[in-house]
Design a protein around this ligand. Sequence first.
Ligand code: RB5
Length: 145
Amino acid sequence: MKIAIGADHGGFELKELVVALLREEGHEVLDKGCFSSDSVDYPEYAEKVCSSILDGEAERGILICGTGIGMSLAANRHHGIRAALCHEIFTAEMSRRHNDSNILCMGGRVIGSALAFEMVKTWLATPFDGGRHSRRISMFDKGFE
Ligand code: RB5
């Protein structure tokens, strides 16, 4: 799968580990930065990953900041993006099955790499259930103006 990934300084270390995992698992990774632990602004990296998905360059995205909160807030301002902030495997799975999440957000200062790896693997492997969930998504996916 083609996966865009981005992080700020709070998520940089975990992002590097997740990039390595994804490549080991045979995915094509579009690494949108950041590329060091120097302080940066997370909305810039959320924008890069969201654009990659909305332009059709990537199928899914992963965003990591210190808590995952800033990335999820910024990403969900983009119409067509369904970014799920998850800290464990159950919600990562359900965000695919019920919400068709196209971005997984994680907190680099919240979870360890072993849990993050399991969440990412589950999230990538889980299909959308469709049905009634498609109707619910269509009710908000265009945004509220
Ligand atoms: C950066 O210090 C931190 O605020 C950021 O990584 C993130 O946690 C924001 O939501």
